[in-house]
Design a protein around this ligand. Structure first.
Ligand code: ATP
Length: 459
């Protein structure tokens, strides 16, 4: 297959109902995207599998669904109001605006990311290396200005400053402020984790690359509270755990890499940060950030709120502020990685091209397509089977067009099993089940169908 482009993925997503441009009939709203019937199924499947791995299969792990609007003091304490900002630089010649850290990152092909550098260091690096403006090629930039990424809105009917609130810039803060609520109500013992899936909002200055960087996106964040001193061991554990989750989702290992932050890139409170990057059509980019955040978050919230956020060990009577390991992944970026990794164009023996999404069955929007061979004779039986299987799996039904075309349509949306209803079904109670990846067909008794499929979609 030719190298996959982002444009191609955008087109497939639109054509087959995965993702549409937001507000399209009004000419859109820049960089907003709506998940269609298949995209929302896929996204929900990703969330379900993440939940399975990070909540159900972990001992002492709890889910939370906190409010998007929080007391603005949360964002003061966390440092977002003062310093959740991108360093912006303008080209004096063509008047375009850029993120200074991204100029450095692109210029050095990722060898330097500019993370953790102050304005002076960024400005000097851009000047000394004569980094050109990506638009016009000159090296005539303004000084850097900071641009806060928090979205502001107002609560209530008056627009005075007292009612100003922020749309959350990350889901993590909802977890930190509920640390004691969860610990006490669940009688949780350290180490334990709190997971949250939800929308986050950032007024990104350079959104783009489809759903890679948007202003409204969804995060799946996990805060793992552990005893100081055990943190590095858990940090390593989660690096491996997250990587395994990605390869279990079917992502090719060769398209993933770990990028450990250099000491000078680390924020002052972090003992270690590793990004898992995916090889998107436009190159490697951050998919998952894993950080040892020490006791920073609980300490700042404790100091700012005046409420003690400590853990009392019931066995030793020791009281301490736990350390936190945070694996934080963007649901949309993960979905994009899965789409890019699953898509393939195969040349078949007859010279035709087959487009196929090789989703693992657990991720596929539809598990099963029920297809009557001939509508006139097999429709009734096919509908019976469709209704029966729909009680257990997401199924689709298609009776239009020749069977080969119907198989192709299921291939490109990633349906792992096509069930064909024909004369044998009416006479012997059997169906043929076609496997998406091998295209091989198998005869199965109707009574065994449910078990056959269940066994093959497990994660
Ligand atoms: P970047 O450096 O790409 O701006 P970040 O380091 O600011 O990302 P985090 O704050 O660590 O990102 O957020 C955790 C995860 O949330 C990221 O790894 C990414 O998958 C996702 N994410 C962050 N910003 C966006 C965005 N604007 N659009 C989509 N996903 C995002």
């Amino acid at each position: 297959m030719e190298k996959l482009t982002m444009e191609k993925i955008v087109n497939i997503c639109k054509q087959y109902g995965f993702i549409f441009q937001g507000s399209e009939i009004y000419d859109g709203l820049a960089n907003t995207w709506d998940y269609g019937p298949l995209g929302s199924r896929l996204k929900n499947n990703i969330k379900d599998l993440w939940r399975k791995r990070f909540v159900a299969e972990r001992e002492n792990s709890y889910e939370l669904d906190a409010a998007i609007l929080m007391n603005p003091e949360v964002w003061v304490a966390s440092g977002h109001v003062a310093s959740f900002a991108d360093p912006l630089i303008d080209c004096k010649d063509c008047k375009t605006r850029h993120r200074a850290d991204k100029l450095v990152e692109e210029f050095t092909n990722g060898a330097e990311t500019g993370d953790g550098w102050d304005n002076e260091k960024l400005e000097n690096y851009i000047k000394d290396n004569k980094i050109p403006c990506p638009k016009c090629g000159s090296n005539n930039f303004t000084t850097i200005r900071k641009f806060n990424l928090l979205f502001e809105t107002h609560m209530g009917v008056t627009e005075d400053s007292k009612s100003k609130v922020y749309l959350r810039g990350e889901t993590a803060q909802g977890i930190f402020v509920n640390f004691l609520n969860v610990q006490r109500s669940m009688r949780a013992k350290i180490p334990f984790g709190i997971a949250q899936i939800g929308k986050a909002f950032r007024n990104e200055i350079t959104p783009g690359n489809f759903i890679f960087r948007t202003r409204e996106f969804e995060q799946m964040e996990y805060e793992f509270f552990c005893k100081p001193g055990t943190d590095m061991e858990w940090f390593k554990f989660y690096e491996e755990y997250c990587m395994k989750f990605l390869t279990d989702l079917g992502i090719n290992k060769d398209n993933l890499r770990l990028r450990k932050h250099k000491p000078e890139e680390l924020v002052f409170y972090s003992k270690g940060t590793t990004d898992i990057e995916y090889n998107y059509p436009n190159g490697f980019g951050e998919l998952w950030g894993i950080a040892d955040r020490t006791d920073y978050d609980l300490t700042v919230h404790s100091n700012h709120s005046g409420k003690e956020l400590k853990y009392l060990d019931p066995d030793t009577n020791e009281k301490y502020t736990p350390y936190v390991i945070e694996p934080s992944v963007g649901c949309d970026r993960l979905l994009l990685a899965i789409l890019c990794d699953s898509y393939d164009e195969e040349i078949l023996e007859d010279g035709t091209t087959r487009e196929v999404m090789h989703f693992i069955p657990a991720l596929a929007p539809y598990k099963v397509a029920v297809l009557p061979l001939m509508k006139k004779y097999h429709q009734e039986k096919a509908m019976d089977i469709y209704h029966k299987l729909s009680k257990s799996f997401m199924c689709t039904y298609d009776e239009a067009g020749n069977i080969g075309k119907r198989y192709r349509r299921q291939d490109v949306i990633g349906t792992p099993f096509c069930i064909t209803i024909d004369e044998e079904t009416l006479n012997n109670g059997t169906v043929t089940v076609r496997d998406r990846d091998t295209m091989k067909q198998k005869t199965i008794k109707i009574d065994n169908l449910e078990e056959y499929i269940s066994d093959r979609i497990k994660f």
